[in-house]
Ligand binder design. Structure first.
Ligand code: EPU
Length: 291
C-alpha cells in the first residue's frame, strides 16, 4: 500500500511495549505525526484507503490482540500534542499530556478538582475518550470544551453540551482528540496536595500494581461492584497461562510473564460466565479491546 512519504508510515509495528499490559501483536500501519498538518493528511489518506483508525494513548486501558490490528494506529507523541497552559483559571491541555503532569500543573496553580485521578497512568486524550473517573468524580465534570479532528482532517471545537459523556465512555471516541479546556475551582495548594496524597495511598492499598496490568477489567454493573462479585465467586488467584486474577483486587488481571491476549480473553470469559451464573449480572469490559 502506498502512503505519502512524509507520513513516515511504519508497517507491521509491534504494539506490545506500548501497552501497560505488555501484551499484543502488530499494528498493520503505525504513525507518529509530527504536527497537526501531517495528522490531517494522515487521517484523510486513511479515509481514502478506507482503513480503520485508532489512537494509542498511554496504552493503559487496552488489550491488543496477539496477531494483527488491522488499519492505522496513530500515536500523538510529538511536543505539539503535549502543550499545557493556564488561561484565566482554566487549563488548556494537549491530548498527550500525562494525567500526572496535568494534576501537578493544576496543583501548582491551586486549581482543584483533579486530585482523585492521581495515580492513573493515562493521558488527557484517554481520560476524555473513556471519561476516566474515581471515587464519584468523572473527568467530564471538569471539561468545558474539547478540540477534535474529524475523519476528514478538519479541526472543530465541541462545547461540553455537544458531547455525550457516560460511565467510562464518551462520544469523543469517534474523533481524534487534540486538546481540551478544563474549568477548575480555585483551592489552596496545601489542601490539594493533601487530598492527592490521600487518594494515592487509597489506590496503592486497594489496587494491584505488582505486575503489568490494564487497571480494572470490567465496568461496575449498576448497583454493584465487579471486584466484589468476582471475589465472591472465589476467583482470586485463578489463572489461564500467565494471566492471573489478582489476589488483592479481583477486577485486576495481571500479566505474570508471557500472558497472551488469548489467555486474558479466556480468563475474562470465565469470569463473565461465573458471575452471570452466580449473580445474574452481565459484566461488560471496561478495558478497550483491539481485536
Ligand atoms: N472488593 C472486594 N474484593 C475485591 C475488590 C473489591 O470485595 O477483590 C470490594 C471492595 O471492598 C469495595 C468494592 O468492592 O467494597 C469496590 O472496590 P474498590 O473501592 O476497589 O473500587 P472499584 O469499584 O473496584 C472503581 C473503579 C476504579 C477506581 C476505583 C476508585 C471501575 C470499574 N473501577 O473500582 O477504576 O480506581 O473505583 O474510585 O469503575 C479503572 O478505571 O481502571 C479503575 C481501576
Amino acid at each position: 500500500m502506498n502512503w505519502p512519504k512524509e507520513l513516515k508510515i511504519k508497517p507491521n509495528y509491534p504494539l506490545k511495549d506500548r501497552t501497560t499490559f505488555k501484551i499484543g501483536g502488530l499494528a498493520q500501519f503505525f504513525c507518529e505525526p509530527e504536527d497537526r498538518r501531517v495528522l490531517s493528511l494522515l487521517v484523510k489518506t486513511a479515509r481514502d484507503k478506507k482503513l480503520p483508525v485508532r489512537v494509542l494513548g498511554a496504552g493503559s486501558n487496552l488489550l491488543v490482540n496477539d496477531k494483527l490490528v488491522k488499519g492505522l494506529v496513530i500515536k500523538l507523541n510529538s511536543p505539539c500534542f503535549k502543550g499545557i497552559t493556564e488561561q484565566k483559571g482554566a487549563i488548556r491541555a494537549g491530548c498527550s499530556v500525562a494525567l500526572a503532569r496535568l494534576i501537578k500543573f493544576a496543583s501548582e496553580r491551586s486549581l482543584q478538582g483533579l486530585e482523585s485521578l492521581v495515580g492513573i497512568p493515562g493521558t488527557v486524550g484517554g481520560a476524555l475518550a473513556m471519561n476516566a473517573g474515581c471515587r464519584g468524580y468523572n473527568f467530564s465534570d471538569s471539561v468545558k470544551e474539547v478540540e477534535i479532528m474529524d475523519r476528514n482532517g478538519k479541526i472543530k471545537y465541541l462545547k461540553k453540551s455537544r458531547i455525550d459523556f457516560g460511565y467510562r465512555s464518551s462520544s469523543l471516541a469517534e474523533y481524534i482528540i487534540l486538546s481540551c479546556l478544563l474549568k477548575l475551582k480555585k483551592g489552596t495548594r496545601a489542601r490539594i496536595e493533601q487530598d492527592s496524597s490521600r487518594f494515592l495511598a487509597l489506590r496503592r492499598k486497594t489496587q494491584d500494581l505488582t505486575y503489568p496490568n490494564a487497571g480494572c477489567v470490567f465496568k461496575n454493573p449498576k448497583g454493584s461492584q465487579a471486584g466484589r462479585l468476582i471475589d465472591l465467586c472465589g476467583l482470586k488467584g485463578k489463572n489461564i497461562g500467565d494471566a492471573y486474577i489478582s489476589e488483592r483486587h479481583a477486577n485486576f488481571i495481571l500479566n505474570k510473564g508471557k500472558a497472551s491476549s488469548k489467555d486474558v480473553s479466556r480468563l475474562m470469559r470465565l469470569v463473565k460466565n461465573r458471575v452471570k451464573s452466580k449473580f445474574k449480572f452481565e459484566l461488560e469490559p471496561e478495558i478497550r479491546i483491539w481485536g
